[in-house]
Design a protein around this ligand. Structure first.
Ligand SMILES: [Zn+2]
Ligand SMILES: [Zn+2]
Length: 152
């Protein structure tokens, strides 16, 4: 979805309206109880293989990310937060059970499960992290960089 943002510029004493393309993306859980619009860029996708992601997603997690203030909640009536550790919480839908958000409490960014978006996402998978936690039933794509811990 493309929104047009109007900005005004004064050139030679005349007001000129500029239309700037701003891409916005919609993400929602299975039941639609959590629905968000993100304005601006999303980070590339990082697959996390830590045991907490495996347990909450039922598989490794694929997260994109953006600054908190770029998220606009269209609906969050069913959103619940689980404090998964002292430093982080995870947002999920209390009706359909979708694992949607990962939030480091001190961070100004929020991770969003990439599967909540629809095509074209224009996202690419960038890396695998915490691969020590990977279970043995699946293989990693050797073309994607891997890190035993976080990549940052
Ligand atoms: Zn839901
Ligand atoms: Zn993880």
């Amino acid at each position: 979805m493309i929104d047009l943002l109007s900005t005004f510029l004064v050139v030679d004493g005349r007001m000129i309206m500029m239309k700037k393309k701003i891409t916005s993306k919609i993400a929602n859980c299975l039941c639609g109880g959590v629905k968000i619009r993100i304005k601006g860029k999303l980070r590339h996708v990082i697959n996390c293989h830590c045991s907490q992601c495996l347990k909450t997603h039922g598989n490794y997690a694929a997260y994109t990310e953006c600054p908190d203030d770029k998220i606009n909640f269209i609906n969050k009536t069913t959103l619940k937060w689980y404090h998964s550790s002292k430093i982080a919480k995870r947002g999920f839908c209390s009706i359909c059970g979708a694992s949607i958000f990962y939030k480091l409490l001190k961070s100004e960014n929020i991770s969003i499960a990439a599967g909540m978006f629809s095509n074209p996402t224009k996202l690419k998978t960038h890396s695998n992290i915490y691969t020590k936690g990977k279970l043995d039933y699946y293989k990693l794509d050797s073309r994607i960089p891997k890190f035993n811990r976080n990549s940052r």
